[in-house]
Design a binder for this molecule. Sequence first.
Ligand SMILES: *[C@@H]1O[C@H](CO)[C@@H](O)[C@H](O)[C@H]1NC(C)=O
Ligand SMILES: *[C@@H]1O[C@H](CO)[C@@H](O)[C@H](O)[C@H]1NC(C)=O
Ligand SMILES: *[C@@H]1O[C@H](CO)[C@@H](O)[C@H](O)[C@H]1NC(C)=O
Ligand SMILES: *[C@@H]1O[C@H](CO)[C@@H](O)[C@H](O)[C@H]1NC(C)=O
Ligand SMILES: *[C@@H]1O[C@H](CO)[C@@H](O)[C@H](O)[C@H]1NC(C)=O
Ligand SMILES: *[C@@H]1O[C@H](CO)[C@@H](O)[C@H](O)[C@H]1NC(C)=O
Length: 478
Amino acid sequence: MIRPLLLLLLLFLISSAASQPLPLRATLIDCGATSPTPTLQGEWIPDSPFVSSGTPLSLPFHYADPTISTLRTFPFLPVASSVTRSLSIAGLDYGKYMPTYYEGYFLATGKTMSICLGVNNFTDSGPFISALELVVLSDSVYNTTDFEQIGLSLVQRSSFGYDGPTIRYPDDPFDRLWEPYVRNGVRQTSTKNVSVSGFWNLPPLKVFDQELILPVLEQMDLQWPTRVLDGKSDCYIALYFADDQDSLAGQGPRILNITVNGVPYYSNLLVSPAGDAVFASKWPLTGQTKLKLAPAPGSKSGPLLNAGEVLELVPVKKKTLTRDVTALEKVKQNLPNHPSDWSGDPCMPDNYMWSGVACSYGRRIRVVSLNFTSMGLSGSLSPSLAKLTALTSILLDNNKLSGNIPDLSSLRNLEVLHLNDNKLSGPIPSSLGSIESLRELYLQNNNLTGEVPKSLLKPGLDLKTYGNHLSSPPASRQ
Ligand SMILES: *[C@@H]1O[C@H](CO)[C@@H](O)[C@H](O)[C@H]1NC(C)=O
Ligand SMILES: *[C@@H]1O[C@H](CO)[C@@H](O)[C@H](O)[C@H]1NC(C)=O
Ligand SMILES: *[C@@H]1O[C@H](CO)[C@@H](O)[C@H](O)[C@H]1NC(C)=O
Ligand SMILES: *[C@@H]1O[C@H](CO)[C@@H](O)[C@H](O)[C@H]1NC(C)=O
Ligand SMILES: *[C@@H]1O[C@H](CO)[C@@H](O)[C@H](O)[C@H]1NC(C)=O
Ligand SMILES: *[C@@H]1O[C@H](CO)[C@@H](O)[C@H](O)[C@H]1NC(C)=O
């Protein structure tokens, strides 16, 4: 079987200069909180400026991590339902509720990122989130990943032979969490001379303080990552090693052959006191994973392991064209009682679209129609509607919209415009007549004034204007 993989070995012999931890370049959001929460990472701010839906909630329990005690819950919307939106919160099972986290790495492309929480079919309660941390990485971290195409989703990150509290900021410059892992070996703490600045992924120096080690020339078997992976995933795997200088001087070289599920991962790794990282940028994993570290021929010392990371490669889906998203956000801002699901990307994920919005999923994802019929919308029509240039139909009939009809002549593909049964006022823009594709223009039962523009009196356009305060159209000569 051919396995696509890329292995690289880094060896660094740079002296370490002890330095102050840099402040975390991060946005820390404490969901459901009403006031800022200071922690070692920095100050967590309430989520209200970033979210327009969901319900804030406080838990009646004490957690060591103060950001866990408040959260934001969202209504349960089964994946298949499109428009039924219940606002009641299905009971969270607080008794069984244990904090957990998800970590992923994605390319930031605009000024904002949108996070979408959806339910899968294993749950019958709505999604919730306690805290959201956005950290800016430096360029070399996980830089073998093409982040234009791929995101990374954490499977497990471990500090081997370590049993203290989870290692994170300020030890880790990006607040990545390194969980203790103490099984299958002897724990050892030893002095090293590692310089982490040489490692592209910048692991915390602290993970090199201790290791899992076999004091005999035998093979070390680990079930790691601990989680059984469902399905088949391509993963990024990085392993970190640093030899104890004393043992090296006493016994002789420590040389490792490493296999993952029986497949050679790296051969003849001479572990140095300066530290080594070995990584595969795309390695297929499925089910349980067996990691084997065997002494290679010539090795005089048993195997050793300091730290490891496994991240799953997830293909990045496209986003809706930014110009459409920006324009639709402005349209939404003028409609104060819009549906609660109008947040995040309007078209993506494609089974979690904004209600009433339809999109095309070609080379670029565009908003092609708005059907906001009878949604009880009040407010006015933003002139930004005219920037949604892929629109073919706009159905806003039977709402409570007031104000003027904006100039929509830039919508060159618009075929259907229903603004009837609202409270729109002012004149009918004559520029509507310049939209050649327009075939249905329903303006009846509003409070429009002035004359019906001559430009609209043309064959092929179904125009309805009754029920307004329009003056009679001028007589035209045949
Ligand atoms: C650490 O490594 C540097 C560079 O290789 C070396 O100059 C220094 O003597 C080492 N320190 C110790 C304590 O071994
Ligand atoms: C969840 O949905 C998937 C795909 O629709 C299906 O294959 C799976 O059996 C479902 N699982 C459960 C627990 O209903
Ligand atoms: C990753 O970053 C390191 C350190 O800056 C650099 O030497 C290396 O070429 C980079 N690799 C890729 C694939 O960009
Ligand atoms: C270690 O790997 C080398 C090179 O692949 C191989 O020749 C050797 O037999 C391996 N040793 C063990 C103990 O697996
Ligand atoms: C628009 O939405 C309404 C309400 O959901 C629906 O009844 C109607 O069929 C939709 N119209 C079109 C053209 O899709
Ligand atoms: C219609 O417009 C006129 C003049 O602009 C205004 O006086 C009147 O209150 C409006 N009527 C409704 C029902 O909005």
